[in-house]
Unconditional design. Structure first.
Length: 363
């Protein structure tokens, strides 16, 4: 017997069941998930590049390295998240930039190894799927992919009631790039090489647990005027997305001017620059660079020591590059639209960073 009236009894294994449970009453809306897939298909199509095979909807994504122009490639992969910056996104309702952050945290780690980002996948988990909110997040991911020149080829959306509060969500990303075998970084770094910086847009995506503590201590709300950014609310100013350095760094590398690069994330300059230095070398940072106004405000408001600021935040250096010809490198990078400065030198030493900045550099 076929029962078309949901109020009638159903017979399952001989037992009568009234008001049976379904996935929606358990908190998961399959229809919303399917609506989101349809909503983001145009976003994914906008990121297609040479090498992509197929589109969204399959069980996996295919990529043709030969069609992308590689002859003897080495694959490089990265994964990362956005961290507690997501709490500000959720509390302010600003969801359209964290996707850029997510892509940036992955692809900026690819390029320091000399790899061109090829494709990207995301993981979006939430307590209750809001299609409008999720589409805004994924639109940011697509924008980040366009900036990086990589394709958004797939991902996973997980509605997980009981794991997350209804309005909360989390993000993770995974990116794959490739480099010709002989073009991997770092190259041969030696004493006398120059260190130049690419300016950051602000805090980027690290240190937000401390940022949120400082904001709490300041007594300001997310909708208060930002003390360090004219015409912006505090929340909007802090949500400024991470810069994506793919095009400028790859241009420098392809010009034969780049020896090593460090993406300055958690751990700051002292924690990240030594990762690309060979044994027997050290970095001396003795020339001040332009520091975005958010950092002096954070330091003053939270009474954070300069040494701690450098260890937690990028403090204005989004990427540190080791080059042999500083003038040529800086000219090329400036032409790419980067804020670039010479900040130090490689010397013989013990694979460390020695910071000898002038007094008041953080003021």
């Amino acid at each position: 017997m076929v029962v078309s009236d949901p109020n009638q009894l159903n017979s399952i294994g001989g037992a009568a069941v009234t008001n049976g449970l379904d996935y929606r009453t358990a908190g998961v809306d399959i229809d919303a998930g399917e609506a989101l897939v349809e909503a983001i298909k145009p976003l994914a199509r906008s990121t297609v590049r040479a090498g992509v095979m197929g589109g969204l909807g399959g069980f996996g994504a295919l990529f043709d390295l030969k069609a992308a122009g590689f002859q003897d490639p080495v694959l490089v992969s990265t994964t990362d998240g956005v961290g507690t910056k997501l709490k500000i996104a959720i509390e302010t309702g600003i969801h359209d930039t964290v996707g850029i952050d997510l892509v940036a945290m992955c692809v900026n780690d690819l390029i320091v190894q000399g790899a061109e980002p090829l494709f990207f996948l995301d993981y979006f988990a939430t307590g209750k799927l809001d299609v409008t909110q999720a589409r805004a997040v994924i639109a940011g991911i697509a924008e980040g992919c366009r900036q990086a020149g990589c394709a958004l080829v797939g991902g996973e959306t997980a509605e997980m009631p009981g794991m997350y509060q209804a309005d909360d969500y989390d993000l993770a990303g995974f990116s794959v790039g490739a480099a010709e075998r002989g073009a991997l970084l770092p190259g041969v770094v030696a004493p006398g090489d120059a260190i130049v910086s690419l300016g950051s847009a602000g805090v980027h995506s690290n240190g937000f647990s401390l940022v949120r503590k400082i904001v709490e201590a300041s007594g300001l709300g997310w909708d208060s005027a930002a003390p360090f950014a004219t015409g912006m609310t505090l929340g909007a100013a802090l949500m400024t997305p991470t810069r994506i350095y793919v095009r400028s760094v790859l241009a420098l590398h392809r010009a034969g001017l780049l020896k090593a690069a460090a993406h300055i994330t958690g751990g700051g300059l002292p924690g990240n620059l030594p990762r690309v230095l060979p044994a027997g070398t050290a970095a001396v940072l003795d020339q001040a660079w332009a520091v975005p106004t958010v950092f002096p405000w954070l330091a003053r408001t939270g009474r954070v020591a300069a040494e701690e600021m450098l260890r937690v935040f990028n403090c204005g250096v989004g990427m540190a590059l080791v080059v042999s010809d500083a003038d040529a490198a800086m000219s090329l990078l400036a032409a790419q639209g980067e804020q670039v400065a010479r900040i130090g030198t490689i010397v013989a030493g013990d694979t460390s960073v020695r910071i000898a900045l002038p007094e008041g550099w953080l003021a």
